[in-house]
Design a protein around this ligand. Sequence first.
Ligand code: NAD
Ligand code: UDP
Length: 345
Amino acid sequence: MAGEILAFDQNCSAEYALRGKYERSVLVAGGAGFLGSHISARLIAAGRRVICLDNLMTGSLRNVRDLAESPNFCFRLHDVIDPIVIEEPISEIYNLACPASPEKYQRDPLHTFQTSVRGAENLLMLAQAKGARILQASTSEVYGDPETSPQQESYRGAVNTFGPRACYDEGKRAAETLFYEYSVHRGLEVRVARIFNTYGPKMAHDDGRVVSNFIVQALMGRPITVYGDGSQTRSFCYVDDLVDGLMALMASPPDCRGPMNLGNPVEFTVLELAQKVLAKTGSHSPIVFRALPTDDPRQRRPDITRARERIGFNPKVALDQGLDATIAYFVGTIEADEALVQRVS
Ligand code: NAD
Ligand code: UDP
């Protein structure tokens, strides 16, 4: 892997920065992850230069391999909890660096908390030094287990500060506060997006979130693991719609700092999702019921009025359509992995 990182690193040299050939760069922290790799691809396609900063904790170089062909893309292996030094000029920073799957963010909860808080502040300080606009990937988890539905931005949330999800929920809440303070007291141009469950190609096979779990289980003929009785709800947004929203928020006028809900407001139960995945994959996997994780929110649905009015956000991809594209991606990657295993064994 070291060799691969070196190959990715070739465009990150100071010499590159000094050429001054390009407009100011965009920094995507967490750029090798699911959402970050989609944003990076869209920025590269639009002719922007992208610095992808990632510790590869849950992300993968596979997600950005095709981008490495571009002279406008460079990869930096770095943990955002450590101070960040970038030589070249930067105009925009997307902070997506944080594990998002409950299974993954609970694996090293203290690191998750540090990532959310110290990582956010390191990026805010970088934004200040560079005069860059900075967008925070916050989350519907700031609403905790909501007592009201749909959730509006004005809702203060019902979060357990003393439980296994708190490292993520409270870390993200504290990060929002940092963004607020840097905006009010240091004059930074900030944007805060509260992202609701988003899915699509480039999710990791072992990510642990519900959409990728169900699809991989169905395709591999393994039992579909529904936690609880499956009556809890989520509103699933396809990645292309979400990326439209994030980029529109970044490009919005300075008074549009948020927080702003971004997600698809159509709500499904987890059991309905399992049944859809089974029908679409033609899988005969049985559905098995497992214990509901502690503090698992009962319901989640965004009110996106603010995003509609302020940035014209209008998610277009229905769950059926998005699942088709996501299933096709997983079929392709599972087949590619199996072919590789056969070649090397
Ligand atoms: P992901 O796990 O696929 O991507 C996160 C990326 O951040 C990975 O590449 C990972 O290696 C990197 N990372 C983690 N900790 C880091 C650290 N300390 N330093 C540097 N890099 C680090 O998750 P995702 O779904 O792409 O989520 C991206 C962001 O969006 C996260 O901040 C997450 O909280 C937020 N978000 C996502 C969703 C969603 O449904 N996808 C919902 C709400 C919020
Ligand atoms: N879930 C499930 N089976 C799985 C993974 C998740 O039933 O294999 C449930 C989980 O308990 C939650 C919902 O699906 O109610 C969404 O979980 P996910 O981890 O995707 O994200 P969350 O919304 O909890 O952050």
